[in-house]
Every structure is written in C-alpha cells, then in structure tokens.
Ligand binder design. Structure first.
Ligand SMILES: Cc1cc2nc3c(=O)[nH]c(=O)nc-3n(C[C@H](O)[C@H](O)[C@H](O)COP(=O)(O)OP(=O)(O)OC[C@H]3O[C@@H](n4cnc5c(N)ncnc54)[C@H](O)[C@@H]3O)c2cc1C
Ligand code: SF4
Length: 711
C-alpha cells in the first residue's frame, strides 16, 4: 500500500493552460499476475481461490501476485444486500464448518449473523396480510441472516491477512487498457453454442469481428480534475494496473463491464439485461420487543405495489435486535410518477410492519440495483485476458432473490479458469474460456436454468394490458417451481421484439428504460406525507449512509447524449458513447519515459449545456422528470431557472462546446437540471432507468460514496 501511495501522490501542478492530456500523461504502472476489479463476494472469492491454488501447488510455483481494487473507502463500504446467505459457495471456499473459521484463518468469528429459523411468504393488502404458498426455492433451511457488508469486510481480511492478497480500497477502475495486437475473438467455438446451451433462445446474430484486442489491465481514476474549467489543477493521473488476467467483479451494471460487453459483443446471443431496484433499511428493535424473532424470514408481495409492477418486500430478523427490511421493484416499472423510495416508506406503515417497528430506531439506509435477467441475459463470460464474474455477468437467482452464493461460486470458477490459463505455458493474453466451459456443468448453471422462466412470466404482454401481470407471474411461477421444477421445454424471453432487442444491444439502451411509459399515459401517484420516525424524507435517510465525495471534481453522472452520438468536441475527454477511458497500450506513457506528444489542454470533463437542455426537454415534457423521483439519493433536481446568471457563471465560453452563447444555455422552458453528484450512493439506477438514456454513471474519485456497515 505504501508503495502505491508513493507512486500516486506525485502532484502535477500546472499554472498555465499548457498542461496535461489525460490520454498521454505519464502514468505509474504496476504489474501483477491477476487483477480483480471490485471487492464484493465474487471478487474476494476469486482472489482467495487463486491463492489457494498457489498454496496447493506448493513451493514449486512462483508467488502469484493478486491485486483487488475497490472503489469504496474500505471493503464492504459499497455493499448493499438483503441479506439471506445460502452458504454453499462459502463452504466450498473456506471449509464446511464455520465454527472452525476463527481457528483456521485467525481473522475473528465470521459475521454469520443468525441461522434462518422460519421463512414464509405473505400477500399484503393495504391493511391485511394473507399467507401464500412458498416456492421450494425459498426454503431457507441452513441459511443465515447476515449483513453482507460485514461479511465482505471479514472476507477481505482473510484474503489480505491469511492469503496475502493485496487489496486497495479507494481505487476506482475508470478505464480499460487494451492491447494493440489483436487476438482470436472470444466467440470462436461459442458462436451459436451460447444460445443453444445457455440462453436457450433462438437468435440470429451478426458475425462478431474475427480478431479483437485483449484486456491488459485497467486505469484507476484520475484525481484532481477541477469541477469547472480552470487553468490550475492538482492533477494526479490514475495508475495503470497491468495484469496477465483481469477479472471484473463490479456487481450489477458495472461501468467497465458495460464497455466490455459492448466491445466484445458479449450479449450477442442473449436477451438484454433487466434489473430490479432495491431500497433497504436496518432498524434496531427495543430489547423487549415481543415480535423480534432472530432468523425469521418473510417475503411480501402486493402492497404497496400495484398488480402491474413486479416486485416485493422483505423482513429479515438479524442478530442483535436488528431487522433488515426493504422493497425490490422491477426496474421496468411503467409509471414515471412512481417513486420506489416513497413506495418503501409507505410499506413501513402497513400494520404488520408498523407493529414490528414500534418502537425502534433506524440505523441504516441503502439502495442498489440487482440483475434479474437470469440465464437468458447472461453475456458470454470470457474474452482475451479476462472474464466477468458474479453480478458483473448477472448470476442472481431471482426465484431465490439470492445472488451471493452464485457470485462467490462464479468467483471460484473464474479463479480456476485463470489459474489454468496462467499455467498453460502461454504468455499473454490468458485464455479464460475454460471458465465458461466449467460454468456450463456447474450447479450455478443448473440453478439458473431451473428458474429461468419465473421472472419473464411476470411481463406477459397479454396480462399487462389487463393490469394483471403480477398475478400471472405468481400463478405461473407457482406451477413451474412446484410442479414442473423448470423442466419445461420452453424458455420465455425478456423481449420477443427483435427491434427492441437490437435497440438494447446495438443502440446501447436498456430494456427497463424502453418499458417506461410517458406521463400522458399515467397519472401522478398521491403518496401520503411522511410520518417520522417511521417514514422520512429522502435527505434524512441519506444522512444514515455516511455518503461523501470530494467536492471539486467533475460530476461523475455524465450527461453524454445517447450511445452512438458523435463526440461533441475533441477538447473533452468524454463525449458521445465514450464513458470510460478506453485506451491502447501504445497510448500509455509510463512514468519516467519521455513524452512523445506535446499536450495542450487542462484535463477536464464536461457535460455540454446543449445536451443538458435536450435532457431536460425530453425528461420534463414526456416523463415528468422521472429521475427526481427515482434516484434514492436526491441527486437529480429539475429546478426553475429564474436565476438567469447562474448557469452562465458556471459555464465559461470555453466550456468544451463550440458555438455561440445560445448553445451555452442548458435550460429548457424555464427548467434546468441540477446534479447533486456528491449525494450519489452508487446504486446505478439512473444509468439504467433514465428514459432518454443519456446519463452515464462513471466512477468518481476513489474512496467517495456511501460508507455502509450493516447493509
Ligand atoms: C436490495 C438487494 C437485496 C438482495 N438480497 C439478497 C439476499 O438476501 N441474498 C443473496 O444471496 N443475495 C441478495 N442480493 C444479491 C446480492 O447482493 C448480489 O448478487 C451480490 O452482492 C453480488 O456480488 P458481486 O461480488 O458480484 O457484486 P457486489 O456485491 O455488487 O460487489 C461489487 C463490488 O465492486 C466494487 N466496484 C464496482 N465497480 C468498481 C470499479 N469500477 N472499481 C472498483 N471497484 C468497483 C463495488 O464498490 C463493490 O464493492 C440482493 C441484492 C440487492 C440489491
Ligand atoms: S445518481 Fe444514479 S447511481 Fe447515484 S444514487 Fe442516484 S440513481 Fe443511484
């Protein structure tokens, strides 16, 4: 760590406009064997497994340098989950008896919370609840009710202290470095096979390019770029972490993963991904609360969601008088007036939950998207020099509402693929396709295959016209999971409309955004006022997340226009579809080597005013400013533009966009967009849901964001 800090802390202070170009600036380079982006359950399981392979191979093998980068200020700081843990993959990784973990690994008792005692499912109406049959996948025997943030922190200690993995929190992966040479496409041998054996949907897909570059590692985020154009900067370029293999474990909707999926056409034989959006809180019950029942697990359907919105709630009784409760809403919700945050606040006033929580204290709040597409939406998993593991690929078992066991399982398989690649004698790039092959015969594939039809059965177009989608899905899921156990010859698609699918795959739009209806076809929802302490406004909740970001940095939520739009100006590093730095090895200047190119601009990142205006126009006139309701952190506001001097003040005429002062105007019809980026809790919803699909989530300076501990 010390070594890294020394490398990173070099300040580039420039006092004139002759400054640095982000593409050509000298960067510190650090080489390792395996680089893992993201210290979630998938990334940590992979890191540990690699070190286990190394130990098993004995002293004959050279030491394997495994580096894990995590954008949170510490491991676990950005982790949000329910969480009921199915321990299968944990046992595979660390041994079958958790009571021995402390003795074996010396990193303290595993934070496994409490053993599941009972689980049930209920249908909520506004005032009552009715038990409903419990699908067999929801049987929680042998599972644990835990805090995933705490478990991840503990796994991080095992990786670091016991196995010698290097973990660097506060380092965000901001760009991918590709080779100049091209290698065989990852689709060779998988063409036609992926849809036949995995996604099970008949798809005609165009030929991928025969030769592609390999992943050589990643760039961490540059820091010290000022928020507003400025002539001085304390710019510290990010580092180039170079690796023989890079595993992407960014969780749902990873920002680098998104680029890789496009670059290698990894979803060419799959359906688009579809997401759920979860909002959760943790409450501490009074010591003598008679309703507290540690290990009890309840899932709810119905209230507060209508019969056309997929989703449901949970109430998990944790240890230490804590209760985890939350609501997951399918991100394909139609009504732009809907606010999942307010739905969840309403849910707490249901008599069943209200009674449980009186009296008690709220101690945590968080939100995050989760992948729901399952098998049909799985991209091809490997590419030259790397692979996707865990929710970066999208392995949540939606029927179980669990993804930790599958994420860890994929991490273990990914590690094995990389280990085999490292030892196959070939030099760069490592072929990780054995990972994909072993996934096909794994229990993870079996699980996802069995449950593949449950989520899409909730989006039947016929039932949705009658506003009965949810009932159809519940009925279908009941029959499929209880009687047929997924042994059906059919596989439901997330979209049968080839045009829609192409808009997602080639046009870079999300299926969930396409499903969003306009404000003219829906009516505003009369949410009841908040009643503290049970329900509160958003900013009060947000205080519990400990979120902070360095103030003087560009907004990491970028209004970039739609993917495929032409970059606006060569004077910005980002424009059009370019959301992450995507560079070739030959473009990287290693520190200490002479610069070949004279650079001319102060590095900066801008959201051009004209794009902001187009954004406001579409989102206000057609979607009633959806993001101001959907974002769980109040980041987006559409405010009246009465202060006419305000925006001119912020955007100088040199603000990256050519054109006269008219195009500087970011407001439309008296409204303009304000992005309170410092509040962002990294849930990734806006990028997925914004109907105009012109906002891209990129990593802010590492170490910013929420500081979760019990979520
Ligand atoms: C509301 C909700 C409830 C859930 N309930 C359950 C449950 O009860 N049981 C269950 O098993 N599963 C549950 N899940 C699913 C489960 O949380 C995920 O499947 C699991 O966490 C996936 O693990 P992962 O390691 O792939 O990704 P994540 O857990 O998302 O971890 C990814 C990590 O990578 C880091 N990262 C991302 N991008 C970068 C970058 N560019 N640079 C550096 N670091 C980066 C993130 O900060 C994070 O720490 C739930 C999910 C949600 C959202
Ligand atoms: S800005 Fe986007 S990623 Fe950040 S909290 Fe809001 S919706 Fe989530």
């Amino acid at each position: 760590m010390i070594r890294l800090q020394r490398l990173q802390r070099r300040l580039f202070t420039s006092s004139s406009r002759a400054a640095l170009n982000r593409r050509t600036v000298p960067r510190a380079v650090d080489s390792c064997d395996v680089l893992i982006v993201g210290a979630g359950p998938a990334g940590l399981a992979a890191a540990i497994r690699l070190k286990q392979f190394e130990r098993e191979a004995g002293s004959s093998s050279q030491s394997l340098r495994v580096v894990v980068l995590e954008k949170g200020s510490e491991v676990g700081a950005h982790i949000v989950s329910g969480c009921v843990l199915e321990p299968r993959a944990l046992y595979d990784l660390l041994g079958p008896d958790p009571s021995q973990y402390e003795e074996i690994y010396g990193c303290g008792e595993p934070p496994l919370g409490v053993k599941a005692t009972e689980s049930r499912m209920v249908w909520l109406t506004e005032k009552s609840k009715y038990p409903i049959p419990h699908p067999p996948q929801m049987n929680n025997q042998g599972n644990f009710v835990i805090s995933l943030s705490a478990l991840t922190r503990w796994l991080g200690r095992i990786a670091e202290e016991y196995y010698g993995v290097e973990i660097y929190p506060g380092f965000a992966g901001a760009g991918v470095v590709f080779s100049d040479e091209e290698y065989q496409s990852p689709w060779v041998g998988w063409e036609g096979r992926w849809n036949r054996e995995v996604t099970r949907i008949a798809i005609q897909s165009p030929q991928p390019p025969p030769r592609v570059p390999a992943v050589l590692g990643i760039l961490t985020n540059d820091v010290g770029i000022p928020k507003h154009p400025s002539t001085t900067t304390n710019y510290e370029p990010g580092m180039f972490f170079r690796a023989r293999a890079t595993l992407f474990a960014e969780g749902a909707h990873g920002s680098l993963t998104k680029t890789l999926i496009n670059k290698y056409h990894l979803r060419k034989e799959s359906d688009p991904q579809t997401y759920g959006f979860g909002v959760k809180e943790v409450w501490r019950l009074a010591d003598d609360n008679p309703l507290y029942s540690p290990g009890s697990i309840t899932h709810t359907l119905g209230y507060p969601l209508d019969l056309n919105t997929y989703g449901g709630g949970w109430v998990y009784h944790m240890d230490n008088h804590l209760v985890s409760l939350g609501l997951v809403v399918g991100a394909d919700w139609e009504n732009p007036y809907q606010s999942p945050y307010r739905d969840f606040q309403m849910m707490k006033h249901h008599p069943y939950i209200h009674r449980l929580l009186s009296p008690s204290t709220r101690i945590a709040y968080g939100a995050r998207v989760l992948t729901e597409g399952g098998l049909q939406s799985l991209p091809l998993l490997h590419f030259p020099g790397g692979a996707l593991i865990g929710d970066s690929a999208g392995t949540v078992n939606v029927a179980k509402i669990k993804g930790v066991h599958t994420a860890m399982g994929m991490g273990i398989l990914g590690a094995q693929g990389v280990w085999e690649g490292c030892n196959s004698g070939s030099s760069h790039p490592i072929d990780t396709s054995t990972y994909t092959t072993s996934f096909l015969s794994s229990w993870i594939h079996t699980e996802l295959h069995e449950t593949r039809n449950l989520r899409p059965s909730f989006s039947s177009p016929v039932l949705s016209k009658r506003n009965l989608s949810v009932l159809g899905g519940v009925l279908y899921s009941g029959v499929d999971s209880l009687l047929l156990k997924g042994r059906t010859p059919w596989t439901f698609r997330h979209t049968k409309n080839e045009e829609e699918r192409r808009a997602c795959l080639d046009g870079g739009r999300s299926l969930d955004s396409i499903r969003t209806g306009t404000s003219t076809s829906h009516t505003p929802i009369p949410y009841p006022p908040f009643q503290p302490p049970l329900s509160t406004d958003l900013l009060t909740s947000l205080m519990l997340t400990g979120t902070s970001h360095a103030e003087d940095q560009p907004e990491h939520l970028r209004v970039l226009g739609r993917p495929g739009d032409t970059p606006l100006s060569s004077h910005t590093d980002f424009g059009g579809a370019e959301s992450v730095l995507d560079v070739k090895l030959s473009e990287i200047h290693e520190e200490g080597t002479p610069e070949t190119e004279n650079t001319e601009i102060v590095p900066r990142v801008t959201s051009p005013p004209s794009l902001r205006r187009t954004h406001v126009k579409t989102n206000i006139s057609d979607y009633a400013g959806l993001l101001s309701r959907a974002c769980p952190a109040g980041v987006y506001e559409y405010i009246d533009d009465d202060d006419d001097t305000h925006h001119h003040h912020h955007h100088s005429p040199t603000d990256g966009e050519p054109g006269g002062s008219d195009s500087q105007d970011e407001s439309w019809n008296g409204k303009k967009l304000v992005i309170n980026a410092q509040n962002c809790i990294h849930c990734k919803l806006c990028d997925i849901k914004v109907p105009s699909q012109d906002i891209t989530w990129t990593v802010p300076e590492g170490g910013g964001g929420p500081k979760y501990t019990v979520t």
